[in-house]
Design a protein around this ligand. Structure first.
Ligand code: GLU
Length: 320
C-alpha cells in the first residue's frame, strides 16, 4: 500500500516529482552493473525480463547501474549492449546511466527529509552490525545510531573524524509481495543506508528512484536481490510512489553446484559463441525450444512463452 511507512506514523506522504507515465502500464527493465561481461545467468535473466515484459505488453528499458565508478566502465556497458542485442533483446530508447542521474537521488533525499522522516548519520561499521546480530543474515538495523539524541548526533558529527553514512528511519515494517516467479513472499524492512560515508548514493535509493521516475512497473531480476525487496518497497512507500511487481529469477549453477558469478570468470557470450547456440540453450532452459534449434529467434521464443511455464528451480548450466 503506497504511503504505508508514513501512514503508519500518521503523516501524509509527499508527492514525488516524476516524469510523465500516464499509460495503462509502464515498462519492464534490465539494469546491469557494467562491471564485467554478462555471464550465462545474467543473460538468462535479461532474456526472461524481455520475454515477460513483451508477453505482458511492455517494452524493456535498459539502465546501467554504474554508481561504483571504480568497478564500472562505459566500454563494459557497450560490450553488454552488444551481448544483449545479439540475443535479440531490444530496448525502445537510449539506455540511461545512473552516474548521470545523481541530481535525482539528491532530490529524493530532499523529498524524504521534507516528509518528516528521520534521516540520521550512522557510524556503525560492518563489524558493529555483525556483533549486534551475528546469526541473522537478514539482520535488521539494530538502531544504534537511530537511538542517539539530537545533541549526541551533533556532538559526534563534530568530534568523529570518520564521516557517517546517511540512514533513513522507515520503521520496522512487514512487507508482503506476490513475486511473479517465487510466489507469495514476506520480509521485514529496516532502515536502509541511502548515502554512503564517501557521498555515493546507494543501490537501494537509486534503484527505487530510477524505476519510479522511468515509469517501470515490472521488475524481473536475479533472486539474489529478492531480499532487498522489503527495504525497496518501504522506500517506494516513503516516496509516495506505487510499488512495481517483482519477479526473481532462480540461480544458474555450474555442474559442481556453485553459483555462476562475473568474478569467477563464468561463461560469457564471447566464449559461448554468437552463432545461435546461446539463445537456443537459454530458450531450452526455459522450456521454449530444443538446444539444437540454433536458428531460433527471440521473437519465436516470445510466441511460445507462457508465464506459467517458468521453471522455479535453479538451472544447472553444462557448458559443452
Ligand atoms: N545492478 C544490479 C546487478 O547488476 C541489478 C539491480 C536490479 O535489477 O535491481 O546485479
Amino acid at each position: 500500500m503506497p504511503g504505508g511507512a508514513l501512514a503508519s506514523r500518521g503523516m501524509t506522504p509527499p508527492l514525488m516529482a516524476k516524469s510523465p507515465t500516464p499509460q495503462s502500464h509502464g515498462f519492464g527493465r534490465y539494469a546491469p552493473s557494467p562491471s564485467g561481461r554478462l555471464h550465462v545467468g545474467n543473460l538468462r535473466t535479461a532474456l526472461l525480463a524481455w520475454l515477460i515484459a513483451h508477453h505482458t505488453g511492455r517494452e524493456l528499458l535498459l539502465r546501467f547501474e554504474d554508481l561504483d565508478a571504480d568497478r564500472c566502465s562505459p566500454e563494459i556497458a557497450t560490450g553488454q549492449e552488444q551481448d544483449l542485442a545479439s540475443l535479440g533483446i531490444t530496448w525502445p530508447q537510449e539506455p540511461v546511466f545512473q552516474s548521470l542521474r545523481t541530481d535525482l537521488y539528491e532530490e529524493a533525499i530532499g523529498t524524504l527529509r521534507a516528509s518528516g522522516l528521520d534521516l540520521y548519520p550512522c557510524w556503525c561499521t560492518r563489524a558493529d552490525l555483525a556483533l549486534a546480530a551475528p546469526h541473522d543474515p537478514q539482520r535488521p538495523y539494530p538502531g544504534t545510531c537511530r537511538n542517539l539524541s539530537e545533541a549526541k548526533r551533533k556532538e559526534r558529527l563534530e568530534v568523529e573524524e570518520r564521516k557517517p553514512a546517511l540512514r533513513v528511519d522507515l520503521g520496522d515494517v512487514e512487507i508482503e509481495w506476490d513475486d511473479m516467479i517465487l510466489g507469495p513472499q514476506v520480509g521485514r524492512s529496516s532502515d536502509p543506508i541511502i548515502q554512503r560515508a564517501d557521498g555515493a548514493f546507494t543501490y537501494n535509493l537509486a534503484v527505487v528512484v530510477d524505476d519510479s521516475s522511468q515509469g517501470v512497473d515490472q521488475i524481473v531480476r536475479g533472486d539474489d536481490l529478492a531480499s532487498s525487496v522489503p527495504v525497496q518497497a518501504a522506500l517506494y512507500d516513503a516516496l509516495a510512489s506505487p510499488r512495481p511487481t517483482w519477479g526473481h529469477v532462480p540461480l544458474v549453477l555450474d555442474p559442481s553446484g556453485s553459483r555462476l558469478s562475473k568474478r569467477v570468470g563464468s561463461t560469457t557470450l564471447e566464449s559461448w559463441g554468437r552463432d545461435g547456440t546461446a539463445l537456443a540453450q537459454l530458450g531450452a532452459s526455459l522450456g521454449l525450444c530444443n538446444k539444437t534449434e540454433q536458428a531460433i529467434t527471440s521473437d519465436q521464443l516470445l510466441e511460445r512463452f507462457d508465464l506459467g511455464s517458468i521453471n522455479r528451480e535453479p538451472w544447472t548450466f553444462e557448458s559443452e
